[in-house]
Write a protein of this length. Structure first.
Length: 282
């Protein structure tokens, strides 16, 4: 289990914002963290990884204290059992695929894990190529394999599939679930895609302005409902689509999904992840 309570003041678009998050994650759990842009999701992952330091708080992973600001104790990133996959893949352009994986290997570890991951991620035919010659989906598979080379216990994913087309996105979701289960990982995924969250997550945590506003199973958090809508809806744009010539906007607001019919012009102005306020007509 990982238990953490973290606080850090961030500079947001509208001024300073206090990130204050307290959460317990069970071993082997797959947690999705969602919410509007600028709510502190990426910073939370970076705090867990040790890439940023909380002003106050602690992180306890199983029986090991990773951070305790009350005693000025903090394990460096390399001593935390984590794998981190960024949005931009962060592969070394001057190294082949295999060299990228070898670079991440501990000096005392055997290369068997590299061959194992190459097979699981189906990148054997890519191992002697350089990142610039790979597609986005191929680079993402390599980035995921590299994050797992040291056999981490905690996998942190920061919107790793956001730049991919729907077909490749679905395929990579399957790969992530496969390695999550195969290596019995505890995984935290930042995502704005609610279809992705519903498919992959055991639990959803919704973060707004640095605070957890709701959490629970995907089927309860992502329920599609328009009953008892308030006159003003504040929430995150999940998806905009056209169904039978009806333009629909899906907004996650106050722990539930709301589907709203909108004029075509208004719908085209909405983007996934946008924070919106919609006034309902009587």
């Amino acid at each position: 289990m990982i238990t953490f309570e973290l606080s850090k003041t961030l500079l947001a678009a509208k001024g300073s914002m206090d990130l204050e998050v307290e959460l317990k994650v069970k071993e082997g759990e797959f947690i999705a963290i969602t919410g509007p842009s600028g709510s502190g999701k990426t910073t939370l992952l970076r705090l867990l990884a040790g890439l940023e330091t909380a002003q106050t708080g602690f992180i306890k992973f199983q029986e090991t204290i990773w951070l305790d600001t009350s005693t000025n104790h903090g394990l460096p990133t390399q001593n935390r059992s984590i794998g981190f996959v960024f949005q931009d893949y962060a592969l070394f352009p001057n190294m082949t695929v295999r060299k990228n994986l070898e670079f991440a290997l501990d000096k005392n570890s055997e290369e068997q894990i590299i061959d194992e991951l190459i097979e699981i991620m189906e990148i054997r035919e890519l191992q002697n190529r350089y990142p610039k010659s790979l597609s986005g989906g191929q680079q993402q598979r390599v980035a995921l394999a590299r994050a797992l080379v040291r056999r981490p216990k905690l996998l942190l994913l920061d919107e790793p599939l956001s730049a991919l087309d729907p077909q490749m996105r679905t395929k990579l979701q399957d790969y992530i679930l496969k390695v999550h289960r195969h290596y019995k990982l505890t995984t935290l995924l930042v995502s704005h895609n609610y279809d992705e969250i519903a498919k992959m997550a055991d639990r959803v945590v919704h973060l707004i302005n640095g605070k957890i506003t709701s959490e629970g199973a995907p089927e309860s958090i992502l329920q599609n409902s328009i009953k008892n809508c308030p006159p003003i809806i504040n929430g995150t744009v999940v998806k905009s689509s056209v169904q039978d010539h009806i333009y629909e906007l899906r907004v996650f607001s106050e722990g539930r999904m709301i589907t709203i019919a909108l004029p075509k012009g208004k719908l085209e102005e909405m983007r996934e992840g946008d924070w919106v306020q919609i006034k309902m007509k009587d």
